[in-house]
Structures are given as C-alpha cells and as structure tokens.
Design a protein around this ligand. Structure first.
Ligand SMILES: C[S@@+](CC[C@H](N)C(=O)[O-])C[C@H]1O[C@@H](n2cnc3c(N)ncnc32)[C@H](O)[C@@H]1O
Ligand code: SF4
Length: 494
C-alpha cells in the first residue's frame, strides 16, 4: 500500500491513478490529514504555498519515516490568473510532474504516456488545435508539460490530424444515435460489458425490442421535429446480430420508418461470425447499413477456444468474404493483443490473416483485465505477455496496419490495460468511422437507446457535456422504460 496526502484534495484521484501506473498491484490510501498515521511502506506528500502570482509545489517521498526523495515546481500563474480552470490545470499538472519524477526515479522506469491518466488523450490535442496553437508548440507541450514519450507524441499528432476534417464540420444541429443490444452468443473470458447470452434471455428478446422501439419512437419524434440532422447511427452491444433473424428484421423495419433516409454512416457491430450468417448479412444490406464489424480478436484457434468464442478462424474468413461479396465496402475488424497464452508469433499469424482479408478499419485493443470478467476471477490460471512484449505486439500491429495502407484515426485508454498501453483504431484513408471519433472526442450530442446506453448532450457554447444514463440491466430497462424516456425528454425540452 502507498499513502498519499495531497493538500488540494481534488487532485487525489488523478495522482492515485498516476501512482498505480507505476505500481499496478499496489493500493493507494488517500490521507485526509498530513498527520494521519500512514498504512503502507511508502508515503507521498504534496503541499502548496502561494506567493504573489506563483504557486510553489513541494512533494516528498517518504519510506519508514525517512524522506528519500523530493520534487518541487514553481508555477507562474501571472498570465492566466483570471482563468480559474486553467490555473487549476497548471497546478494539477505541476503536482503530477512532481509525483511522476519521484516515482520514476524510485521505480527506475519512465511511462510512455507521462502524466496522462485519462482515457481520451486526443481531446487535449484537439483543444490545443482549436486554440490555434502551432504544431511545434503542441509537441513541446505534450513533451514538457505532459511528459509524453516521442512515440506517443507522434501517435497523438498523427491521430488528431485524421480527425480534424470530421470534427470541423460539427455543429449543434448534427447529432448521432447509439442503440444498444446487450446480448451475445456466448460470454467471452475477458469481457465485462453487461451483456447476457441469447440462450439465457431468449424469452425476453421480443419484449426488449418492443421497449427499444417504443423508446426510439417517443424520443425521435421530438428530436426530428426540432430539425436535428442524424449524422451517424451505431448499433452496438453486446452483439446485435446475435438476435434471431425475425427480431433483427423487425428492428430494422421500425428503424427504417423512424429514421430519416439520409444518414452518413450506419454501423452494425456484427461482431462475431457465429452470429452473422448470409441471411442476416442480406438483411443489413437491404436496410442500408453502411459499415459492419466482423471481429476476430485473434486468428489462433486455440486462443479462440480459451477465450470462450464459439467460432473458428475459418468462420471469420468465410464471414468476411461473404460480406465483401454482398458489397460491404466498410468493414472493421477488432483484435486484442496480449490475450492469455499468446506470443509475438500468434500476433503475426493474426495480422497475416487480416492483411490477406484487407479490411477497411482495424481496431487494435490491448487486453484489459477488467473487474467483473471471468478472466479477472480466474486470473491465476492464465499466462500473459510481459509489458515489453505487449508493447512489441502493439508495434507489430502498427506496422501491419501501415502495410495495409492504414493510418491511426482514434484512440483511447482504459484502466487495467497490459503495459499501460492503449487501443488504436486504424483506417484506410476516407474510411474513418465518424461515430468512433465523435464518441471519443465528445463534441457532438449522442442519444443512446437501450439498456446501458448513456446519452451525452453537448453544449457547444459552454464546451460542456450532460449525461443521461439508461439503467444497465435489460430487465430493469424494460420495466422502467417510461422513466428512461422521461429522463431524455426533460433534457430535450430544456
Ligand atoms: C463492446 S465489444 C463488442 C464487440 C463484439 N461483441 C465482439 O466481441 O466481437 C468491443 C470490443 O472491445 C474489445 N474488448 C472487450 N473487452 C476487452 C478487454 N477486456 N480488453 C481488451 N479489449 C476488449 C474487443 O475487441 C471487442 O471486439
Ligand atoms: S466481447 Fe463481445 S461477444 Fe464477447 S461477451 Fe463481450 S460483447 Fe459479447
């Protein structure tokens, strides 16, 4: 356990995350008072002193009552003192640098993501681009203020460059929709999404679709009367295509009558080939779906079995080829690096197969060992790549995607990822998924329907988001459907 005392309590959460990026297996105990008795073997103290326009940050690393390291920063606030938000950001980043430097010396390692702990690092760069900062200054800020490694700076610059033309067209009358189908054919070992298996829920599926259509009709009626333009629709989950074909058809038919006819991008996460046969692929084409996912995760049969996916690598190839033959020209594939038992050779095999298929998007996830997953529960049974190998795996995918003519276009980070790495979405030029960019950058209103959907309303003038969550459990969602609609209506009317 590591004890942390920080005089500005609101910084504690981010400092806690930063400390755990160095020591993922340690717990951080946040002390309310500097004199509180410590519980661990290491203690970090961060205190502040203000004089005129400067804040002096002093931090100490203490082991067995001995100060073993110190780090200080003087933050000159004279140019920004009228801006309270910016002032707090400067002091918070200074505090994080102090803690970073002490932890880095103590652990003998540097973190590629520097002091950044959030899940959306591209947002920071987009904000700087909005403020018309030049490229050189942005690179300097990422390196010196956020302590990012040159490779992460380059990744952020490259990724955000792909997003600008899409984000620049945003305005407050253009919105997106997310529709959640929280069912799957089987539960994967690593998954913590609140999805249930079709088998267990087969008697509830019709009612779920009915509730979903009711929610969509009630809310969209008002939204469309207010002249909003729907840029993208994303049907995700779970695995939407795990619904039976007649249920899927009912949903698409209703959507066809509810939604306007021009939608720039219409994605369905087919996800697993064991849920997506030719009949369903025809259905998606018939109802104008423009983008689908067929996700291998890995192209190694043994790993697929180990992670509880009831399909083979050949199923993926066949499903992909069927989709192409029906004219789908925007297909994404998800892979995960660092799956239990996998080595660099496994990643090469996966990527060789994907290279041969040549999808339009490739999303490379780093395994996250999430609370609530079977993997976390039985962690001792499995072997994983070490941090350096996980990084090499990610680099390999980067090279393969480059060979496929792809460029990174969105990225995000999650808790508990191997090697403190990231997830990267690659795309062939012009095939970027608009929804993924909008969802990650949080600059567009996205109305979310179905159990677990979280709507986010974006107020451009105030650069602010308001969240409206639906309940997570599909049973509760059906029971409380009127309340879900009411929650949205309140915000739409406002
Ligand atoms: C919401 S899931 C749905 C996709 C679809 N149901 C499927 O499994 O093919 C989206 C993606 O997140 C990734 N994912 C899920 N859990 C993960 C974990 N614990 N670590 C890394 N990636 C994960 C997988 O690549 C998955 O395809
Ligand atoms: S990874 Fe996808 S298919 Fe597997 S359980 Fe999670 S949502 Fe379902």
């Amino acid at each position: 356990m590591i004890d942390l005392y920080v005089e500005v309590r609101s910084f504690a959460h981010e400092l806690d995350e930063l400390i755990r990026a160095f020591f993922p297996s340690k717990k951080v105990n946040i002390l309310d008072d500097i004199e509180d008795p410590p519980m661990g073997d290491l203690k970090i103290e961060v205190v502040y002193r203000n004089k005129q326009d400067t804040t002096y940050i002093s931090s100490k690393l203490i082991a067995r009552e001995q100060v073993i390291d110190k780090a200080n920063e003087d933050i000159d606030l004279s140019c920004i003192k009228s801006n309270k938000l910016l002032t707090m950001r400067y002091i918070k980043n200074g505090s994080k640098r102090c803690v970073y430097n002490m932890m880095s010396r103590f652990a003998g390692i540097e973190l590629d993501w520097g002091i950044l702990t959030g899940i959306r690092p591209t947002k920071i760069v987009n904000e700087m681009l909005d403020a018309n900062m030049n490229r050189r200054l942005i690179i300097e800020t990422l390196s010196n203020e956020y302590l990012l490694s040159p490779s992460k700076v380059q990744l952020l610059m490259e990724t955000t460059a792909q997003q600008r033309s899409i984000l620049s067209k945003n305005h407050n009358k253009i919105i997106s929709l997310y529709i959640n189908i929280p069912f799957c054919t089987t539960k994967c070992l690593y998954c913590s999404f609140p999805s249930d298996t079709i088998e267990r829920c087969h008697d509830k599926l019709d009612k779920y679709i009915e509730s979903l259509i009711y929610e969509l009709k009630s809310v969209m009626d008002i939204i469309l009367k207010k002249d909003y333009i729907i840029q993208t629709v994303y049907i995700g989950g779970g695995t939407p295509t795990s619904l039976y074909v007649d249920q899927l058809e009912r949903l698409f038919m209703e959507l066809d009558s509810i939604l306007p006819h021009y939608i720039e991008e219409y994605t369905v996460e087919g996800g697993r080939p064991d849920s997506l046969d030719l009949e369903k692929l025809h259905l998606l084409r018939k109802y104008g779906v423009t983008r689908i996912s067929i996700n291998p995760q890995t192209m190694n049969a043994d790993t697929l079995k180990r992670i509880g996916r009831s399909h083979t690598p050949d199923d993926i190839i066949n499903c992909f080829e069927s989709a192409r033959s029906l004219g789908f020209d925007s297909i994404n594939m998800d892979v995960i690096i660092g799956l239990p038992g996998e080595t660099l050779e496994h990643v090469d095999k996966t990527m060789t197969n994907i290279y041969n298929l040549s999808p339009d998007n490739l999303t490379v996830h780093t395994l996250a060992i999430k609370k609530g997953s079977l993997l976390k529960e039985h962690i001792d049974k499995y072997e994983f790549a070490d941090n350096n190998t996980a990084e090499e795996m990610l680099d390999k995918c980067k090279l393969w995607s480059k060979n496929m003519g792809m460029i990174p276009y969105y990225l995000y980070r999650q808790k508990y990822m191997l090697g403190n790495l990231e997830n990267i979405g690659y795309s062939k030029p012009g095939k970027e998924c608009i929804y993924n960019i909008q969802m990650m950058e949080e600059r567009q209103t996205i109305w979310a329907f179905g159990a677990g959907g979280i709507s986010k309303v974006f107020y451009e003038e105030e650069n602010r988001l308001e969240r409206v969550p639906n309940v997570k459990s599909h049973v509760e969602y059906m029971e409380r459907i009127d309340e879900m609609i009411e929650r949205k209506m309140k915000l739409i009317e406002k």
